[in-house]
Design a binder for this molecule. Structure first.
Ligand code: TIU
Length: 233
């Protein structure tokens, strides 16, 4: 059943049609979130990314219950790294680069434990999981075909990291005509300043790239369509 919802947001409330809105969960992968993983090996505080998990779990449960399409993405590469541009391969700390062995398997390589999504946010059978070789979820993937096939025009954007894969995806989506609503407490950065500025850039200038809202605002709007707003721990 399609329903129209109004969600409080910056720079203005946003009206959603549940029949043409999808929840996009970007790169909530063990390599980025778990202690000892790729993200931490680069000197980052993974606790900042883990803060995203509880509100995102609530949003995921509510969107599933309300019947929204849920799409997950994972950043990573083929085992032979043939889909990884040399420029991307060569960057980062020399001690831990894409394809190198890490605590959770080869870093950002498809099929490895660290490449997969954290248990708390595991995709349900039937939910699309888009494997992407780039930062943006549209580059070299079938995401646009999937969204077009299901009539989606609006994306509720969540995941990590705010300034890298979330921002790149939001920009790609904008250029393709999608409306993006970024849920501020459901996106995370290793750097608090990048988080603040990343969100500010989305809603600046009257909504340069879309809207910024949060989990409480969305859950409130979805409440008439859901019986629970919090999954069991
Ligand atoms: N998913 C994503 O954002 N990939 C990154 O490499 N992020 C960093 O912040 N490095």
């Amino acid at each position: 059943m399609r329903t129209t919802l109004t969600v409080p947001a910056d720079p203005a409330p946003v009206v959603l049609d549940t029949g043409s809105t999808a929840l996009l969960v970007i790169d909530m992968q063990r390599d980025f979130l778990l202690p000892g993983g790729f993200g931490e090996s680069l000197g980052n505080d993974v606790g900042r990314l883990q803060q995203v998990v509880p509100p995102l779990r609530r949003v995921l449960a509510a969107c599933r219950e309300a019947g929204l399409l849920v799409v997950h993405t994972r950043e990573g590469h083929l085992p032979d790294l043939s889909d990884c541009p040399p420029a991307k391969l060569g960057r980062g700390a020399p001690s831990s680069r894409i394809g190198d062995p890490g605590r959770y398997g080869r870093i950002l390589v498809r099929g490895e434990y660290g490449h997969d999504i954290v248990d708390e946010l595991a995709p349900l059978p039937g939910e699309p999981v888009v494997d992407k070789p780039g930062k943006g979820a549209f580059y070299a993937t079938d995401l646009e075909d999937r969204l077009r096939a299901t009539g989606v025009r609006t994306l509720l954007v969540t995941g990590v990291t705010t300034e890298v894969c979330v921002h790149t995806t939001v920009r790609e989506a904008n250029d393709r005509g999608y409306e993006c609503v970024v849920l501020g407490d459901c996106v995370g950065s290793y750097d608090p300043e990048f988080q603040r500025v990343g969100l500010a850039m989305v809603s600046a200038q009257g909504g340069l790239f879309g809207w910024v809202s949060d989990s409480a605002a969305l859950l409130g709007a979805l409440a008439p369509l859901t019986t629970t707003t919090a999954p069991t721990p």
